[in-house]
Design a protein around this ligand. Sequence first.
Ligand SMILES: Nc1ncnc2c1ncn2[C@@H]1O[C@H](COP(=O)(O)OP(=O)(O)O)[C@@H](O)[C@H]1O
Ligand SMILES: [Mg+2]
Length: 253
Amino acid sequence: MIKVAGLIKRFGGQAVLDGIDLAIEQGEIVVIIGPSGTGKSTLLRCLNFLERPDAGRLTIGDMEVDVTRATRADILTARRRTAFVFQNYALFANKTALENIAEGLIVVNRWPKARAHARAREILERIGLADKADAYPASLSGGQQQRVGIGRAMAAQAEVILFDEPTSSLDPEWVEEVLGLMKRLAAERQTMLVVTHEMSFARDVADRVIFMEGGRIVEQGPPDQLFGAPKDPRTRDFLRQVLATQVALDVPE
Ligand SMILES: Nc1ncnc2c1ncn2[C@@H]1O[C@H](COP(=O)(O)OP(=O)(O)O)[C@@H](O)[C@H]1O
Ligand SMILES: [Mg+2]
């Protein structure tokens, strides 16, 4: 389980996260939606200390810390238990697909190279890129690069994979293959926290959808409820705007 309570993050005096309480069960698929600039990325980044939060308690598995007092060891533990999939893939340009997936196992988990490479080959099979083991990122399509990014997160065997708009940088033709891989992971009950604007993915795959605005969770619920009967006017406004540009889904007035 991963849980935050009273999470606050300020930038220059302004609270970008203004008291977030969130618990995700093992095997749960949670999608976060909300306008841009609302703190979604900052929330994900705080969960593995890419940003240092200003207040709150963080629980990941058997680790529980006051985030302002987290030691270096706590931060390493949080990073080992949360894997991150970035919008812009963040692959090493000078490493092959196989090496990108193996790197964390070697550096963070201290696996011998041969074992890490064997595991990376298994992952490449699972993400449908066995024939691209020796390819460098520049020779891969955006969709393939992001599948490697997801493969790297899979290799980490983290408690939760955090996805920050994993398809937003992709040309439209690559979106489905990345969403397809994420759907397979969801079907295997990999715990996932996904920030996305892909509403049909949220509707089909999420156990729970969270609407955030202004650094707060405004509303959350199962997708049928959040999309079909949103309670807060801010949720309704946001859904109407987003869905106007996407697949037609009815949002009641
Ligand atoms: N490193 C930073 N320094 C200062 N302000 C930041 C930083 N990162 C994010 N912000 C600000 O925090 C707010 C939330 O950003 P972000 O979490 O990226 O929102 P979202 O992912 O929902 O679009 C924005 O106003 C953004 O400009
Ligand atoms: Mg963001």
